[in-house]
Write a protein that binds this ligand. Sequence first.
Ligand code: ACO
Length: 309
Amino acid sequence: MIGRICGTGSYVPDHFLDNNDLSQMVETSDEWIRERTGVVRRHIVQEDTVVSMAVKASRRALEGSGIAPEDLDLIIVSTFTSEVLLPSTACEVQKELGAGNATCFDLNAACTGFLFAWNTAQAYLAQGMYRNALIIGAERLSRYVDWKDRSTCILFGDGAGAAVLKAEKGSTLPMFTHSDGAKGEALTCFTRPDTYIQMEGQAVFRFAVKKVPEAVEELLKKADMTMEDIDYLVLHQANRRIVEAVAKRLKTDISRFPMNLQEYGNTSSASIPILLDEMNREGKLKRGQKIILAGFGAGLSWGASLVEW
Ligand code: ACO
């Protein structure tokens, strides 16, 4: 069995901070941020929570999916920024949706989290253990950003994205994730004394531009495909320069690498499902197209999955 996407949804808060707003808060400029990152605005929670964003994205994903909340038998939420540690965000989403027949849990693999959720759900569906899964990436990074640190606060935003997967006859497509805990210090968020994201920006940049192309090549090899067979590469939206560097290393035109980080910044595990939902709603995705999802982030962690639309 294979899990096919039958609905996508996303949600970001209305409130945003643009680069000029940030230049009032720290010593930076619109020009520096655009040039070094590609980010122009990031949406920031005022009233919402991780749960409320996850629920709104999920309702939108369920709307067109043909699957009712009570038909869901698996809900996985990828997050590391929930306001509440217990109960899990997935259980809270279950309650709000009325998805009483689902088994629910959270996972944390930082910005690679949606890939981990995707692979985990596919493995369950392939086993025949569950039939209908809801997977969500939901993050409120603004809560863990040091708004006095110009090297990180310019990067991140809040939001949620979701996908409904339905088990169909077929073989699982290639997918994998990797972890390297020995390099974890490059990107941390300790709970005490100050809960802020801290990052060795250049080390993370080098890691991303090396590991993402390697992951894509590993995936293509497993799938016995070439880049010519791939319609889109949906990468974690961290930095435009990272996406451009990956495209260059893969000798592939940048037009096959959709981006929306200019509008949302880095929303961690929400970035891939938000982008997928936008592409879906814009009618860019057609049945049978081949898409590679590729993520990287804290852990360190990275991975790639092949999706047939
Ligand atoms: N405005 C102006 N100047 C700045 C700013 C800013 N916002 N931030 C840093 N600078 C300064 C630095 O102080 C430094 O000044 P100096 O030369 O006088 O010392 C100079 O700009 C260059 O700093 P670098 O850190 O070398 O800048 P770089 O070109 O590497 O860009 C950035 C920094 C954007 C963070 C980049 O390294 C990057 O994108 N890294 C990857 C980050 C990433 O993707 N993280 C997310 C991972 S996903 C997850 O799991 C959360």
